[in-house]
Design a protein around this ligand. Structure first.
Ligand code: ADP
Ligand code: 5GP
Length: 207
């Protein structure tokens, strides 16, 4: 049976701007996939809609939800809080839906440590080069260089978490990357990738 038919958790993480949100949106168009919409205290970008991209809430509201134990995981990323709703995720998993998460390494660690009784596959996305990453971030942030710089400050620390993931893939050509991810998700076997190749790529990104 393909994993598409059973409930499972699929986490996609990456350094900011590598393309995970774009990829998650593409994957979610497949049947039986549910994207966990996170809560965040950051302000919406011009194209983002409340309830579709995120639930945009205040810091006070976020802290109340933490106290009530409503997050499966949450973390502070780039000065803002982000968290995944426990109730909705567990409900979808029990309905045998595949739940997709676009979350950072801190949240991934928390979910992994919970050892829930559902399949978990974690995927880390890398940019083809640092130059291309800055280009993508600059475009997305409407040339707001302050935000780009803040995001790039976390780049190396985020990048070094690649080892904690089941599968690592470079997002150069979007279509090719999407296809690879889909193949990995559909496969029951443990995903295999060329670790030496990735190590060399990471070294290039850091240098
Ligand atoms: P992340 O969620 O990892 O921070 P996004 O999905 O928001 O990144 O992507 C950052 C920017 O890069 C967006 O403007 C997106 O359209 C663009 N992008 C994503 N993947 C590619 C790709 N393979 N080639 C070119 N641009 C891309
Ligand atoms: P952005 O502000 O670019 O949408 O997201 C910033 C970072 O926060 C990204 O690495 C994204 O994956 C992460 N993120 C988004 N939602 C969540 C969440 O619910 N939990 C955690 N831990 N990280 C999240």
């Amino acid at each position: 049976m393909s994993s598409f038919k059973r409930g499972g958790m699929f986490i996609i993480s990456s350094p900011s701007g590598a393309g995970k949100t774009t990829l998650v949106k593409k994957i979610s168009k497949n049947k039986n996939f549910f994207v966990s919409i996170s809560h965040t205290t950051r302000s919406p970008r011009p194209n983002e809609k409340n309830g579709k991209d995120y639930y945009f809430i205040s810091k006070n509201h976020f802290k109340k939800l933490i106290k009530k134990g409503q997050f499966l995981e949450y973390a502070k990323v780039f000065d803002n809080y982000y968290g995944s709703s426990k109730k909705i995720v567990i409900k979808k998993l029990k309905e045998k839906k595949n739940v997709l998460f676009d979350i950072d390494w801190q949240g991934t660690r928390q979910i992994r440590n919970k050892k829930l009784n559902f399949k978990l596959l974690t995927i880390f996305i890398l940019p083809p080069s640092k130059k291309e990453l800055i280009k993508r971030l600059t475009k997305r942030e409407n040339k707001n260089i302050k935000t780009v710089k803040k995001r790039m400050k976390g780049f190396k620390k985020d990048l070094l978490k690649w080892k904690e993931y089941n599968y690592v893939i470079i997002n150069d050509d979007l279509k090719k990357c999407y296809k690879k991810i889909l193949n990995v998700m559909k496969n029951k076997a443990k995903p295999v990738y060329d670790k030496n190749f990735i190590k060399k790529h990471i070294k290039k990104l850091i240098d």
